[in-house]
Design a protein around this ligand. Structure first.
Ligand code: GLN
Length: 204
């Protein structure tokens, strides 16, 4: 029998507990990832919301940036929500901000404007089915450019807010703060698929 997917949530800053609860609710085992040893144990990683400049500094200080990039390049699924998507992006519009550069997108920080600093929006996400997703945006980035291999999975007011490139998923919004488990379930499916591919290639 297949074992439950084992997923980590980067726990340097941000909404870690909410993601762990949502992942467990969607059928995974989940742990907080604080160092390279934790990272080595998991089949997939979530980088939660928070403050992207601070987290890049902490990733560097704890020596986690290079190991994360290496695992993602070797196929480990990664999902960045809000700040996590900024950290994963190729670059940040108008800012000289260091990123992990594991998904070919350009993001703009705090993009939805002051009056919309926080909003809950019924967001159509076709890959999740017909029912719109209750998407919570908190000082959220939008996606300004997508590379040729990036799928745009959802847009709000004409701006990209959910993208996937192979094993990397990004959302501008915070699915861990609503009771709807569909984005977590979608990510766990990516983790299952990556495990199946890994098994098939090691058996070959
Ligand atoms: N505004 C934050 C940043 O740019 C992201 C906000 C969030 O993750 N909720 O780093």
């Amino acid at each position: 029998m297949a074992t439950d997917p084992f997923v980590g949530v980067l726990a340097l800053q941000g909404d870690v507990v909410e993601h762990i609860a949502a992942l467990e609710g969607a059928g995974a085992r989940a742990i907080a990832v604080k160092n390279a040893g934790d990272l080595a144990r998991v089949d997939g990683l979530v980088i939660p919301g928070g403050e992207s400049t601070t987290v890049m500094k902490l990733l560097d200080r704890f020596g986690l940036d290079a190991p994360i990039v290496e695992r993602v390049r070797n196929g480990m699924p990664l999902w960045g929500t809000c700040m996590g998507m900024i950290v994963a992006a190729h670059d940040v519009a108008e800012l000289d901000q260091r990123t992990l550069d594991v998904i070919d997108i350009t993001v703009r920080r705090n993009a939805f404007g002051r009056q919309n600093e926080s909003a809950e929006v019924d967001l159509p996400i076709p890959v999740l089915g017909e029912r719109p997703f209750p998407a919570i945006f908190i000082r959220a980035p939008w996606i300004e450019r997508v590379g040729p291999r990036v799928e745009l999975l959802a847009a709000r007011d004409g701006h990209g807010v959910m993208v996937r490139e192979a094993n990397v998923l990004g959302t501008s919004f915070h699915p861990e703060l609503t009771g709807d488990p569909r984005v977590h379930a979608y990510f766990l499916q990516m983790v299952d698929e990556a495990k199946a591919v890994g098994k098939a290639s090691s058996a070959a």
